[in-house]
Write a protein that binds this ligand. Structure first.
Ligand code: NAG
Ligand code: NAG
Ligand code: NAG
Ligand code: NAG
Ligand code: NAG
Ligand code: NAG
Ligand code: NAG
Ligand code: NAG
Ligand code: NAG
Ligand code: NAG
Ligand code: NAG
Ligand code: NAG
Length: 853
């Protein structure tokens, strides 16, 4: 019974289903709207395209009107719209900045590519054509696009066209919307916008990213467009906003975007006649001078962006009458004066950014407002308010989503009412003078907070319970120089999405907890340096799609041994700990390491050959360890190496000649047992520091020094077995400011040309005398790729000549005293005669071997 029932139901279903199919087929075949000629055209068009993701797979059968992306006229059956924009939107940031591989592949696959077949012209009634976000890989915009007589809407944005925009587009006399925007590429260009002036129905024109550097007449061309409401010429290399002798014609303009150009001319007066303007962006140009008072006339403005220019007056009060403003960005200018409290009249603001200017006075008191004002303020940024302010004003800004008050002189404690900012996502208070306790109350309702930054408030102390479970899940934590310790903050255990953790110099003196490795092994940026954290180094995992990964653990008390590195780490700094043992061998060819700093540990063993496989490496610092053995020949294969520091190890043997292949900027071999001759480094044209002191090098002073090295500033050959004379070649190094030849077997005279060192002629006496008594050993300081290195502050002022303890004879050259910038001169332990002039004010002179005549 049950079985036959089931069969019956299946049969019925099949039957009904069959009927449906049948009727729908009859129904459609009798009513195909699609016009044969147009279907054929579309099929040809499709054939010359490539469609890796099968977006056009519905383009089969007779009824082209039901194909994806196609809309026909209900009356005539003509194709009216062809909408083939890429359904995966192009995300500039994920594509270019973060190089998100997965996204890039997915996006690329969903692009249509290939040829654009002119058969498309058979769509005689076409009104709408959208090919945006696809990949026509560098082909030109086809001229035949100018022949769609009925086209009203043409969107070719981010479709990777290049070359000149064909003026034929100007024949599309019914066009209302034209979008050729191109993000940041400037691959498309147009020599003149003359063609635009015939598009008299145009409402929206977007040419952002198209190079208009030569289209000087752009204003005349757009000024004739009576219906134009939206004009976007951002990032087009426009250099001026020309002036007009009469009122502008395109007064219907509502939105004008001129961001990211190279405009340096003043804002012309005619612009303030565009009284319908609602949105005006001029950010990222080079405009100097005042912000015109006349902005106050544009009362309909809701968006005003003037950031990243050189506006240098005070902010005119008239801006604060623009009551409709929701977005005001004045950041990164040279604006001065105080910000009037009238700014609180801007009740509708959602975004306010004043950061990076030269404002003085106090942060305006937003707190004085009635409750219905500034309710929706989302983002608030300030910077450089010189007078001390406090944070009480924040109390009424309940909808704040971002708050940036970094780099001010805000003092006092953080009011606990902060905890009520339940919409806050980003809190940036770094580099102020905040003090007092930060407690759980300060965060009580911050459920949405993802970025917390309070770095560089040295008096801020976190006082939260070890049981605290914060209401938020942070992505970014920046608390450098606050006090978090002495115990390792256990609330960090609850934060499972952290990409960036910076808690350097926070007074932690504790073992690294076990959970750290589990929660933070994929972190993208880690800085826990300058604490007293002990225990073994954590093992980090690959964190795919996170380029520029930096892991900074220096100056702690880590012990145990090193572990293999994930291949995506760019910077690894564990210097100044107690890590011992060998560097673990791993496959170097797939590492992307650029900076490796292992100095000042207890590491030992040979220089591992796999380091030579890391072609990306630019900085390698193994100083102050116990490495032994020879430098391998393969060192010359680290083809990008610019800094090599092996100071203070027990390496020996000859330096491989291959070292001379490297583009070195600084080389430190101080205090090892290297011997033989120095290989020629004449290819290292930008060599700045060469320190081979305290080894057993032999030979004469290398003649290549002074040939190509125009940038050599620090040269130490101290405490080796160099012999021969100090050659005139040495005087040809124009930037030399430190020359140390002490304790060698040098003979002969001091060449008089030694008075030529121009870097020592400059008088630095106006600069504070920082540190002279450096026993010049260890590494010479330097800032390379932004990495802070030893003695960095003193480096530019260190000027010294030391040729003590050699066998130099003869007269001290008279003109040595011309080196008024010289701070240290040591000629002791030679057999010199002569006199040093008394008027030599600055140098500390040491030459007991000196015999006065
Ligand atoms: C299609 O068929 C259905 C019923 O099978 C009918 O109601 C409808 O009117 C038909 N449509 C056309 C356009 O013929
Ligand atoms: C055609 O008809 C359909 C259904 O009646 C309707 O949804 C659609 O908007 C019409 N299309 C045009 C272009 O008029
Ligand atoms: C576009 O196509 C070209 C040529 O096939 C290719 O080299 C390029 O990577 C593609 N770009 C994107 C974003 O897919
Ligand atoms: C602007 O309008 C005036 C008067 O209507 C006209 O003479 C002039 O040609 C127009 N300018 C442009 C560029 O179209
Ligand atoms: C502001 O815009 C409205 C409507 O968009 C318009 O009627 C009004 O004239 C504009 N204001 C000014 C001062 O032009
Ligand atoms: C703000 O804009 C509205 C239209 O959105 C307009 O009516 C009003 O006049 C504007 N306010 C001011 C102060 O201009
Ligand atoms: C190292 O990695 C590269 C690239 O991933 C691979 O080709 C090579 O075989 C590996 N070498 C060893 C010894 O595993
Ligand atoms: C790098 O090579 C090692 C060993 O050959 C392998 O285990 C690891 O998965 C590779 N990493 C990547 C990202 O290819
Ligand atoms: C050299 O390294 C040893 C430890 O190996 C350390 O004690 C010493 O201070 C270092 N010397 C310099 C000048 O850094
Ligand atoms: C350098 O001088 C010392 C002592 O005068 C001597 O023992 C040594 O052999 C000399 N070295 C060379 C390379 O001339
Ligand atoms: C020192 O004397 C040398 C050689 O006579 C000369 O080339 C140089 O210009 C002089 N330098 C100074 C600072 O007088
Ligand atoms: C120093 O030179 C003088 C002659 O210029 C010589 O008489 C004397 O012996 C030398 N002294 C030493 C220690 O070499």
């Amino acid at each position: 019974m049950a079985i036959s029932g089931t069969i019956f139901i299946i049969f019925t279903l099949v039957f009904i289903h069959g009927l449906t199919i049948c009727s729908s087929q009859t129904n459609s075949s009798s009513s195909v709207k699609c016009i044969d000629r147009e279907r054929i055209a579309l099929s040809k068009f499709r054939k010359s395209l490539t469609d890796d993701s099968g977006r056009l797979s519905s383009w089969i059968g007779q009824e082209c009107c039901s194909w994806k992306g196609i809309t026909c006229s209900n009356k005539t059956g003509h194709v009216l719209k062809l909408n083939l924009h890429n359904p995966t939107p192009f995300d500039n940031d994920r594509f270019y900045n973060s190089q998100d591989g997965e996204y890039m592949a997915y996006y690329s696959k969903s692009c249509l590519a290939g040829e654009l077949n002119p058969a498309l012209l058979d769509l005689k009634q076409l009104q709408f054509l959208d090919l945006s976000m696809n990949n026509f890989s560098g082909s030109e915009i086809p001229k035949f696009f100018g022949s769609f007589k009925n086209l009203k809407h043409l969107n070719l944005s981010v479709a990777r066209f290049q070359g000149n925009v064909p003026p034929h587009i100007g024949n599309l006399s019914r066009l209302e919307v034209l979008d050729l925007s191109n993000f940041w590429t400037n691959r498309l260009s147009s020599e003149s916008l003359h063609w635009v002036s015939s598009l008299s129905y145009l409402k929206h024109l977007d040419l952002s990213g198209v190079s208009l550097g030569r289209a000087k007449n752009w204003l005349d061309s757009v000024n004739g467009l009576p219906f134009l409401t939206k004009l976007n010429l951002s990032n087009t290399l426009v250099a001026t906003i020309p002036s007009l002798t009469r009122r502008p014609n395109f007064t219907s303009l509502v939105s004008l975007d001129l961001q990211w150009n190279i405009i340096t001319s003043e804002i012309p007066h005619w612009l303030f006649n565009l009284s319908n303007l609602v949105e005006f962006r001029l950010d990222g140009n080079g405009i100097r001078g005042p912000i015109p008072e006349t902005f106050g006339r544009l009362t309909n403005l809701t968006v005003l962006g003037l950031s990243r220019n050189y506006f240098n007056t005070s902010v005119p009060d008239s801006l604060f009458n623009l009551r409709n403003l929701t977005y005001l960005d004045l950041s990164q200018n040279k604006l001065q004066g105080t910000i009037s409290n009238a700014i609180v009249n801007l009740c509708n603001l959602k975004f306010l950014d004043l950061t990076d200017n030269r404002f003085t006075g106090k942060i305006p008191d937003f707190g004085i407002n009635q409750n219905d004002c500034l309710q929706d303020l989302d983002v608030l940024g300030f910077l450089q308010f010189v007078e001390r302010s406090n944070l009480s004003f924040v109390r009424t800004l309940s909808s704040l989503r971002e708050l940036d008050i970094s780099n001010n002189i805000v003092n006092g404690s953080i009011p606990s009412s902060f905890g009520q900012l339940s919409n806050l996502e980003k809190l940036e208070l770094s580099n102020n003078s905040l003090s007092g306790m930060v407690t759980e109350l300060h965060f009580s309702k911050m459920l949405k907070l993802t970025e917390l930054s309070m770095s560089l408030n040295n008096l801020l102390v976190f006082n939260v319970s070890s049981e605290w479970i914060p209401p938020f899940q942070l992505k970014t934590i920046k608390l450098n120089s606050c006090t978090l310790g002495p115990l390792f903050p256990s609330w960090l255990k609850t934060q499972e999405n952290v990409v960036e953790l910076r808690i350097s110099r926070t007074g932690i003196s504790d073992r690294l907890p076990d959970w750290f490795e589990k929660v933070y092994s994929r972190v993208h940026y880690l800085d826990i340096s300058k604490n007293n954290i002990s225990g073994e180094l954590p093992q980090f995992e690959e964190a795919n799609n996170r380029p520029f990964r930096r892991l900074i653990l220096n100056s702690n008390s880590f012990d145990g041994s090193l572990r293999p590195l994930p291949s995506d780490v760019l910077l690894w700094d564990v210097s100044n700990n107690f890590v011992s043992g060998n560097i673990p061998i791993q496959n170097g060819t797939n590492l992307t390491l650029e900076v490796l700093i292992l100095s000042s540990n207890l590491l030992s063993g040979f220089f591992p050959g796999f380091l030579c496989e890391i072609k990306t490496m630019t900085i390698l610092d193994l100083a102050n360890n116990q490495f032994t053995g020879k430098l391998p020949d393969c060192i010359g294969e680290i083809e990008n190496l610019s800094m090599l520091d092996l100071t203070n190890n027990t390496l020996h043997g000859e330096i491989p000649n291959s070292l001379g292949n490297l583009p070195l900027l600084s080389l430190h071999l101080h205090n090892n047992n290297f011997q033989g001759q120095l290989p020629s480094l004449e290819n290292a044209m930008f060599l700045n520091i060469l320190d081979v002191g305290k080894n057993s090098f032999t030979g004469v002073i290398p003649p290549w020094i002074g040939e190509n090295q125009q940038y050599l500033a620090f040269l130490s050959l101290q405490s080796n077995n160099f012999h021969g004379e100090i050659t005139e070649k040495l005087c040809q190094v124009p930037q030399l400011q430190l020359l140390n030849l002490a304790r060698n077997n040098l003979t002969g005279n001091i060449p008089p040309c030694i008075g030529n060192f121009s870097a020592m002629i400059t008088d630095h006496s106006s600069i504070e005398y920082l540190m002279l008594d450096v026993d010049y050993g260890g590494s010479i300081p330097g800032i390379i790729n932004g990495i802070e290195r030893r003695y960095t502050k003193t480096m530019p002022f260190l000027t010294s000549i030391d040729i003590s303890d050699n066998s130099i004879v003869g007269e001290i050259p008279d003109n040595l005293t011309g080196l008024v910038g010289l701070r240290n001169l040591n000629l002791a332990g030679n057999n010199l005669t002569g006199r040093i002039q008394e008027n030599w004010r600055y140098a500390r002179i040491n030459f007991p071997g000196f015999v006065e005549k």
